[in-house]
Design a binder for this molecule. Sequence first.
Ligand code: NAP
Length: 246
Amino acid sequence: MTLEGKRAVVTGGGQGIGRAIALKLASLGAHVAVADINEKSARDVADEITAAGGAATAYRVDVSDHEETAGLMKDVVEALGGVDILVNNAGITRDNLILRMPPEDWDLVLRVNLTGTFNCIRAAARPMMSQRSGRIINISSIIGQVGNIGQANYAASKAGIVALTKTAARELGARGITVNAVAPGFIETPMTESLSEKVREDFTTKILLRRLGAPEDVANLVAFLASDEGDYITGQTINIDGGMVW
Ligand code: NAP
């Protein structure tokens, strides 16, 4: 599998799953634009890639801001000559029961997770359409399929990503652009590290493979979908959860 000569944008690439995806795509030969709201973490990951002999550039972006995502894609196209792979990975949680959820937390999670994905697809679709090729991979979650107590905002945003993925696949397929979603289960990252040992154990007993996922597990699937080997897959949501939800 190779991504030699490909130009990739990974949002939320500064840590966790996004970092693992950026490292994986770069290890396969892609030039990776590591885009994160945290400029320092984006720079650290880009430095890690270049230190390992790969190619990467760091960008600061808030995906929830339409202007900023348009600016990001413009800068990437100017610097690299186009964009072949977009991974919409940036995401946040603001957990609370519905009755206690501040409306601002509902809005914020929808704005970052769902509107952010829309903003980046919208910005990348034009250059991809003129190239007549492209790969868009959106990070959803199994929580978007089954719901979770205290995560109404997050679950709705991740279910929305599935519908957005299907629609974008329909609109862009004729131009040679595939659009898929990946739905991870429980992956060990900074997002999940604050969960108690009890919650982790409860989750583990529900996973057929009896282990929590690693960011690299998700990165391997994303790399496959971004590669020539994933050429004939579009409009799909693929779960990667060790056997939790199906
Ligand atoms: P993470 O460790 O919190 O990393 C997310 C990254 O996105 C951080 O670097 C964060 O920066 C950045 N970010 C946050 N808001 C942003 C914005 N508005 N614009 C640009 N970047 C932004 O999370 P993760 O666990 O790696 O999760 C990555 C993705 O996988 C998310 O979409 C998440 O919902 C999804 N997912 C995760 C799991 C899991 O078990 N970990 C399961 C299913 C799905 P800051 O740290 O500075 O905020």
